[in-house]
Design a protein around this ligand. Structure first.
Ligand SMILES: Nc1nc2c(c(=O)[nH]1)N[C@H]1C(S)=C(S)[C@@H](COP(=O)(O)OP(=O)(O)OC[C@H]3O[C@@H](n4cnc5c(=O)[nH]c(N)nc54)[C@H](O)[C@@H]3O)O[C@H]1N2
Ligand SMILES: Nc1nc2c(c(=O)[nH]1)N[C@H]1C(S)=C(S)[C@@H](COP(=O)(O)OP(=O)(O)OC[C@H]3O[C@@H](n4cnc5c(=O)[nH]c(N)nc54)[C@H](O)[C@@H]3O)O[C@H]1N2
Ligand SMILES: [Mo]
Length: 734
């Protein structure tokens, strides 16, 4: 049985082993450590198999019918009393891997009709969404240029650690192998990071940067390109607006002026600019370190300016736009791809972006009385009390809600506050198709992964839970599941099929009739594949893809390397790449002011390791065994100053909180920077996480500050929190 890039050996209801699938054309046998977790997650006795309701400090098992009744009646009562915005929803990171959740959360959002919609993307990607939306026109994710890593001659990695994370906005199996292949073919990988990461250790060179120094560093590259006459636009040549404005904006950012602030010497910055301009192809890739920092939008902009101005947008080996076989963005009207700031968050005034408000606003919206105050929350696969900023304030906010429902399979630090928990099956029990990630993938591929084991009898799939809740909230509960799904499917078909589309004469009626027997995510993916760029157009191109042909190819279909398609992607109102969006330029003064301030003496950044997936894999013995990984990494110089040695307990204090963690002294860290991983702190009594509680670690988001955010996008600062550190006499918290 194969799933994702993995093959699983199954006997009865047990998963015996998980291995890489050597015949998968994309992964070639490599699987991410998370896939190894499939088996342990499936067998984890702490994982909920049916809905539970809280009774004081106890949990009682209830039927699905009781659960739906309770959730719907409580939510409807709150909506009637306080209006739709009083019900918030936060959809978390695992949603992107759960096809049913990804497709049917949209339905639930429509049913809620609330402005209080939070999203993991609004904690980790908003600056990129805003910047690519303004520059290229959106919608996210189809306007994000992705490094063509398999063909590039020069990769500049800024604030990302793909060797551990497998990329994300450059999704790929076997990132270390692909990075090494660049060097093997004579290319170069340059890493800019305050930590000498696993990626840096593979790279040709690594430079420490002071956290949040990136916007200045990238603008200094842009400055150099103009200053030394190296600007070339390549495929973008006839498609850019605002080149002179960029030149003027970069004038003040000479490498010599920013070197002290960002910590990278001027000659190095100039050399990188020259090398990128001269390389046969080059790509600048930024990820979390460019997003969850003080200047996320400016930094994300800087990355793509470098890509455009070195002639690398939309060329093989540069950054390119994937063309997924199935996409929900199929039919947005041209020029209307991206929307933001149609309203602002009620309390902090942060702009809405594509219907989401930044997660930095969540506690405010829950705690501040008044019209529109959030009084109930729906959590869809998220653990914000460990993954979102300023945990203490958020804890108060969640504890004070009138009603909380979690669609989740653990009773963890957040869901313990829930009134009802609705567990959906574990990933091994669901078929999957990476609808979201194929937009960000370094190759065009299409693979349907069958479920490995069947969910228990009577247990609904994720889409069924979301569809049932949506139906009840919309007052459609009289109809059968099939009736409701037919209704949902028709609405979706109407939104993705355009008259001037690639399939002449194809109508919604024809689609709905042809797929009339189907139900759930499979039917939707079938439609999206068939109307997609490689599809069969409902028989109009018989050799094209359908769900059946994709499913029949157990190892996945390779649709080849990324292809140039810039004119197709640009979706701004003016039809041009907006190199200098006013909203982005407007933030330069803030950067400039910051550069004039004295440097912060100590700041905290995050860290991922191979055996984590944010906060939720710590209950799996194979993924937590071994030495404690929740350590405070600190440079020898800083450790010396406070008298800390390996293992010394160090207190880290920010404006909003304080934690104690064991020191790990390492010259991998830049002096003036300390690093703690996130997702730990499994230290609350009433969670049900037996294994995680035995390896609690500390919660770094006790320290992150709700008043620190990137202004244009509202994104919380998770990296670069000013802290003080000192030896602690006490036992570690937790
Ligand atoms: N194993 C594993 N893989 C994962 C995840 C996981 O939890 N575990 N999470 C997934 C998720 S949700 C995401 S979003 C992706 C994230 O993917 P990545 O962004 O590749 O992952 P991070 O390790 O957070 O890398 C961010 C890097 O930015 C650096 N950094 C911090 N501050 C700054 C700064 O100011 N400037 C610069 N230049 N660098 C800075 C950090 O040291 C770190 O190396 O990973 C995904 N993959
Ligand atoms: N300080 C700091 N904070 C960070 C980060 C950082 O680098 N530093 N990274 C940030 C990033 S990039 C992200 S994306 C967020 C992620 O943060 P979250 O979106 O909160 O993701 P997780 O922490 O993985 O929590 C996932 C939740 O979903 C549940 N779950 C997991 N899989 C499934 C499933 O298949 N079905 C069901 N029903 N439930 C499931 C788990 O039990 C858990 O409660 O964290 C952010 N927080
Ligand atoms: Mo993320």
């Amino acid at each position: 049985m194969t799933t994702g890039g993995a093959t699983c050996r199954v006997e009865g209801e047990s998963i015996l082993a998980v291995r890489g699938d050597k015949n998968d054309p994309f992964s070639r046998g490599y699987i991410c450590p998370k896939a190894y977790g499939l088996k342990e997650l499936y067998h984890d006795p702490d994982r909920l198999r049916g809905p539970v309701r809280r009774r004081g400090r106890e949990w009682e098992e209830i039927t699905w019918e009781q659960a739906y009744d309770e959730v719907a009646s409580r939510l409807i009562a709150i909506r009637e009393r306080y209006g739709p915005d009083a019900i918030g929803m936060y959809s978390g990171n695992p949603v992107v891997h759960d096809l049913g959740a990804l497709l049917y959360r949209t339905v639930l959002r429509r049913a809620l009709n609330s402005k209080s919609l939070f999203n993991a993307a609004a904690i980790d990607t908003l600056p990129k969404i805003v910047q690519t939306g303004l520059m290229f026109g959106g919608p996210f994710p189809s306007a994000v240029p992705i490094p063509d890593i398999d063909r590039t001659a020069y990769l500049l990695v800024v604030g990302a650690n793909p060797a551990v994370s497998h990329g994300s906005l450059m999704t790929m199996p076997n990132a270390p192998g692909r990075l090494k292949a660049i060097l093997k073919r004579g290319g170069k990988v340059v890493v800019i990071d305050p930590r000498r990461t696993e990626t840096a250790k593979i790279a040709s060179e690594h430079h420490f940067i002071r956290p949040a120094g990136d916007a200045a560093f990238l603008l200094a590259i842009v400055h150099t390109l103009f200053d030394e006459g190296l600007v070339k636009l390549g495929a973008a040549a006839s498609l850019v607006d605002g080149l002179d404005t960029v030149r003027a904006a970069a004038r003040d950012f000479a490498p010599e002026s920013v070197a002290t602030y960002c910590g990278i010497a001027a000659p190095v910055i100039r050399r990188i600019a020259r090398e990128m301009s001269a390389a046969d192809s080059a790509a600048c890739y930024g990820r979390l370190g460019t997003c969850v920092q003080e200047f996320g939008t400016l930094t994300s902009w800087g990355c793509d300016l470098v890509n455009v101005l070195t002639g690398n947008l939309d060329r093989p080996g540069g950054v390119m736009f994937p063309q997924p076989a199935a996409s929900l963005d199929a039919a947005l009207p041209k020029g209307k791809g991206f929307k933001m700031a149609r309203w602002s968050s009620r309390v902090g005034g942060q702009p809405e972006v594509e219907g989401m408000i930044p997660s930095s606003t969540m506690a405010d919206e829950m705690l501040t009385p008044g019209d529109g105050q959030v009084r109930a929350m729906i959590l869809l696969m998220t653990n914000p009390l460990r993954s979102a900023l300023h945990s203490a304030r958020l804890e108060t906010a969640f504890a004070g809600l009138d009603f909380l429902v979690a669609i989740d399979f653990y009773i963890n630090e957040t869901t313990r506050h829930a009134d009802v928990i609705l567990p959906t099956p574990s990933p091994a029990e669901l078929a999957s198709y990476e609808l979201g990630f194929y937009h960000l993938s370094v190759r065009n591929v299409a693979k349907w992964s069958q479920l490995v084991v069947s969910p228990p009898r009577g247990a609904p799939e994720t889409w069924q839970v979301l569809s049932t809740l949506s139906a009840r909230l919309m007052g459609l509960d009289g109809g059968s599941e099939k009736d409701v799904d037919d209704f949902i499917f028709r609405r979706l078909a109407e939104s993705v099929v355009r008259e001037d589309d690639r399939w002449p004469g194809l109508s919604v009626d024809e689609i709905v009739t042809t797929l009339g027997e189907g139900i759930g995510p499979e039917r939707i993916v079938d439609m999206l594949l068939r109307i997609g760029p490689h599809g069969d157009g409902f028989g109009r191109k018989p050799e094209g893809l359908t769900l059946a042909t994709v499913q029949a190819s157990t190892h996945g279909i390779d649709l080849g390397p990324l292809q140039p398609r810039l004119p197709d992607v640009i979706n701004t109102a003016g039809g041009m790449i907006e190199l200098a969006p006013p909203m982005v330029l407007g933030d330069l003064a803030r950067l400039w002011n910051r550069m004039m301030e004295p440097a912060r003496s100590m700041v905290l950044i995050g860290r991922r390791d191979l055996r984590t997936s944010n906060s939720f894999m710590h209950n799996l013995p194979a993924l937590v065994k071994g030495p404690n990984r929740c350590t405070l990494q600190i440079s020898p110089q800083d450790a010396g100053e406070i008298g800390a040695k390996n293992g010394s307990l160090v207190r880290v204090t920010s404006r909003v909180g304080s934690v104690v963690a064991p020191a790990e002294v390492t010259d991998d860290l830049m002096p003036g920077v300390v690093s703690l991983p996130h997702g730990w702190g499994h230290d609350v009594e009433d969670s049900r996480l037996t294994v995680a509680k035995a390896h609690p670690g500390v919660n770094t988001n006790v320290l992150t500050d709700d008043q620190a955010y990137d202004i244009p996008s509202g994104t919380a600062v998770l990296f670069g929190t000013p802290v003080s550190v000192g030896l602690s006499g006490e036992a570690p918290s937790g």
